[in-house]
Design a protein around this ligand. Sequence first.
Ligand code: GLN
Length: 498
Amino acid sequence: MSQAPHQWSVVHTAQALAERQVSATELAQALLQRAQADTGSGAFLAFNEDATLAQAQRADQRLAQGERSPLLGVPLAHKDVFVTTDWPTTAGSKMLKGYRSPFDATVVQRLADQGAVTLGKTNCDEFAMGSANENSAYAVARNPWDTARVPGGSSGGSAVAVAARLVAGATGTDTGGSIRQPAAFCGITGIKPTYGRCSRFGMIAYASSLDQAGPMARSAEDCAVLLSAMAGPDPDRDSTSLDAPAQDFTQGLSAPRAGADAAKPLTGLRVGLPQEFFSGGNDDVLQRVREGLSQLEALGARLVDVSLPLTQLAIPAYYIIAPAEASSNLSRFDGVRYGHRAAEYSDLMDMYVRSRSEGFGPEVQRRILMGTYVLSHGYYDAYYLKAQRVRRLIAQDFQSAFAQCDVIAGPVAPSVAWPIGEKADDPVANYLADVYTLPASLSGLPGMSLPVGLGADGMPVGLQLIGNYLQEASLLHTAHQLQRVTDWHQQAPKGVAA
Ligand code: GLN
């Protein structure tokens, strides 16, 4: 039986459009209808039917002129921290309710230039702070594998949209795990590139030295298509964007490694297993991860033991550095230039206080307080500076590990997705769930998550692959080879046809 268009991958969609099996406009209309009807999942925060259809019509014109490109006419969704002119951008916060940006984020612009069609903006934790999407000021996002559970965060809406087959691909951002963890929780594939690979221009800042954009889709192949369009230097608008030339990450995905044969395409690949990633997680997660690793071995990869001894320090270091940067970044929301302004106030200071107290939710306020505290005179050396030193040591540990291996593998998170509400009142419990994603974030390394089956209560488990700087191609190749011989990434939640 042939699949319905909403089940198509990014690659399949582009092909069907190029063959004119469906027009970009028909496709956009069908997907919009599905996504708009799906009110229960909380995946989307905004639609703009006119803007979507105008983009689709332009894509149809380009297709009619014979133009072919891997994203021409393909509908995608954007996490609501990427600013857009045609859709409101809220960062999941009341502070930015109804905000319209006068420009598009570079990542959004690049995808649009390739002909991608924006379906809408996806739900997220407020200012990307969270691990469960429960900090969104607007809607509860529900995991399609069990709607009583969280989808993960902070790019939860993007993960839900892809997993529920509302859209084939979406953008996300990852500061400490926000692409990898929701991808793992929702059974999809996502990659956080090397820090600086994708421009941060127009990405609402959380922690600038950590924030990175990346794609979320069902397969590594689709992620490769999306990343090829998203990545590349942006020297005039993001001074931290890397001077690494744009790359076609789909090149060589299906070929065996140099010197390997088709039967064992990963021969020669050394996969490092940090013992610290295999000691604290739940058994169901570790079991699935080990099964994924056995598959890599069957493809010719060699598993080697490595150590990342400071793994446990990643949480305290991150939860000092990220709030410190956030407290500075969020000072721009003062009720004066844009964003929420309190209706009543007595003087300027009162206006600031009331506007920020009303506009920011509890987790954002908590982080601003923590960040301001660790940056204040007398505590700066004790907390902030020390955390920066730990950060450097964590990055050095990775370099020692990469002397013995080509990629590092382990779980994405210690558990599967938890029930909505279970950790909602316990910020530290949420922070602890980030233990395996934070080390790569603090080090600026690329990391990805791909599904390796179902763990406790039938919830998806993700395998994390971490590469050395600019080694996204190697991660995507490894993941794609695994996905060629397994079908975990094709499994769909109950009630959603695969
Ligand atoms: N869970 C982490 C935090 O709350 C990571 C969030 C992110 O990557 N944006 O900060």
